[in-house]
Design a protein around this ligand. Structure first.
Ligand code: ACM
Ligand code: ZN
Length: 531
């Protein structure tokens, strides 16, 4: 029924676009990501100022309070905008007839009314209103908007292992992704170069595993040099809870990633008995793929992983827990008596299948705790269970393959979603980055469903941008890599079937102003027509 109403609304909108005169067309809301339906009246604007009240009709205080705070910098206020139970202004409430993450917004002489399908829906409506206010200098044109997302999973990843980002930085990252209506933060908390989450059962993980002696300089090519400076950092469990709560207030679920069995050298440094040969290794000071991985043959490894996950589950309410699973060389396993004994005991054929065994065993453990497992697409290689969610990064193929066989999939192919890649072909002025080339236009024109059957489509639960931090040392650089490309990404995530090549540039010019108002750094390349 809701879809039907939205369908009619969209059909009516299509009619209007043909008959509106040019001066009316110039009146627009200019929203990124593109709403499902907009009907702008020819005349009239409701003026929103720092004194406008946000009127909360059914206890939906949280989205109203977030908006009241978020608008402080634009209006130059010392205190948040006023929220109250009564009065005129921006009225917000929920209604079950609006899609869960959707909203309907009406603007007329009485003010603005936002009806969300949930508090999250109100929050997204208020994100839209933030953009309209900034784009139109507070004069909000009369009209109506109805909106809902394409994908349920709209993710942004942040690697805090290669470089560490403070709680304040992570909150800032959350603010930016929330303003683009994303709803998942994939927090990459452990890797070879640093273990960043306090685990009370194993204090060594952060005492020893959160610091590396030094860091590779540049790409480490000829000569290979290190900077000689110790580097580290980690989050206490209290800080983790603070971030999870902050994200939840912005309707973002935090999905923690604990890497296994590869990308675990920091854990091996802290607890050498986790390795096949128990040799002492450093927290890694170089980027890439190390042969030092967790032993998949010893019961003590599984005990360790379960105890770590027990604490992770306590800290993160997210149903999905990310177990990594990518880039795990098998040479240590090939020479390890424990790994070989496990292969034999379990009737496995190869080291690849041993990884499949480990991943499936961890999945069963998570399921026994009421959680579900997500892993990078290498989890397909050792024979994946039908219930695992697959994050397709090596390309589109893993995701398509998994979706065709009925697994849920998050698409994050590096050729389109790795925002740590360069933004221009020439790379001029971009500083040193890991490589690759992902310009705005490439993301914006991506058809996520290309190459898959109709039956596979519902298994694509969403799309995610990734922010790996080997060459990203601070939040200013994260912002430059994220903005404006997240504008293209959120259009894919929220507005997949309604993107419009003819309006995106003008919309992004206004988004640039929006970023400036919020104090966020934005890369110039897209605006300079550099690809
Ligand atoms: C990855 O980039 N190794 C998931
Ligand atoms: Zn082993």
């Amino acid at each position: 029924m809701r879809r039907f109403v939205m369908g009619i609304a969209i059909a009516v909108a299509a009619l209007f676009t043909f008959v509106l005169p040019a001066d009316v067309v110039a009146r627009n809301y200019s929203i990124v990501p593109e709403p499902a339906y907009m009907d702008i009246e020819a005349e009239g604007e409701y003026i929103v100022t720092g004194k406008t009240r946000i009127v909360v009709n059914d206890e939906a205080w949280n989205p109203a309070e977030r908006f009241a705070e978020d608008m402080m910098s634009y209006f130059g206020l010392k205190k948040p905008m006023h929220t109250s139970k009564r009065g005129k202004g921006i009225k917000v409430r929920t209604d079950i007839f609006v899609p869960a993450e959707g909203y309907e917004m009406t603007i007329n002489e009485d003010g603005v009314v936002i009806i969300g399908g949930s508090e999250a829906g109100i929050y997204y409506g208020l994100q839209t209103l933030r953009q309209i206010i900034v784009a139109n200098d507070g004069k909000v044109p009369y009209g109506f908007i109805a909106d809902e997302p394409t994908f349920a999973y709209r993710g942004a990843h942040l690697d805090v292992s290669r470089h560490f980002f403070s709680v304040a930085d992570v909150k800032n990252y959350i603010d930016i992704i929330a303003a683009h209506k994303l709803n998942r933060l994939h927090w990459h908390l452990t890797d070879d170069q640093g273990w960043r989450i306090e685990i009370k059962a194993y204090p060594e993980l952060t005492e020893k595993g959160s610091m590396r002696k030094e860091t590779l300089i540049g790409h480490g090519l000829n000569p290979v040099e290190w900077d000689g400076t110790p580097y580290g950092g980690y989050y206490t469990q209290e800080e983790i809870r603070e971030v999870v709560a902050y994200a939840a207030e912005r309707y973002i679920e935090v999905i923690p990633e604990i890497e296994m069995p590869g990308h675990s050298q920091a854990a091996l440094h802290a607890l050498p008995w986790l390795g096949c040969n128990e040799q002492i290794v450093d927290v890694w000071t170089t980027w890439g793929v190390t042969p030092e991985v967790l032993c998949a043959g010893k019961e003590t490894t599984y005990e360790f992983l379960e105890k770590v996950l027990d604490e992770v589950i306590e800290l993160f309410p997210s149903e999905l827990i990310h177990i990594g699973g990518d880039e795990c060389p098998k040479e240590r396993w090939a020479e390890c008596e424990h790994c070989q004994a496990m292969i034999k005991a379990q009737g496995l054929e190869s080291e690849e299948e041993l990884q499949g065994y480990l991943v499936a065993r961890i999945e069963r453990y998570l399921n026994s705790k009421g959680r579900r497992m997500i892993g990078w697409d290498e989890i397909l290689d050792g024979g994946v269970t039908p219930t695992a969610t697959v994050m397709s990064w090596r390309g589109l193929y893993g995701g398509i393959y998994a979706a065709e066989r009925g697994n849920d999939v998050v698409m994050t192919p590096m050729s389109l979603c790795y925002l740590n890649f360069y933004q221009t072909e020439s790379r001029e002025g971009e500083g040193l980055h890991i490589g690759g080339h992902v310009p705005f236009e490439k993301i914006y024109s991506w058809n996520v469903y290309e190459g898959m059957s109709d039956a596979a489509r519902p298994h694509i639960i969403g799309v995610q941008l990734n922010m790996w931090s080997e060459y990203i040392k601070d939040m200013d650089t994260v912002e430059i890599m994220l903005l404006p490309r997240i504008g293209a990404m959120c259009e894919v995530q929220w507005s997949h079937d309604r993107r419009d090549d003819s309006t995106i540039r003008a919309k992004m010019e206004l988004m640039r102003k929006f970023y400036e108002v919020n104090g966020w750094n934005c890369a110039p390349y897209y605006f300079d027509f550099r690809k």
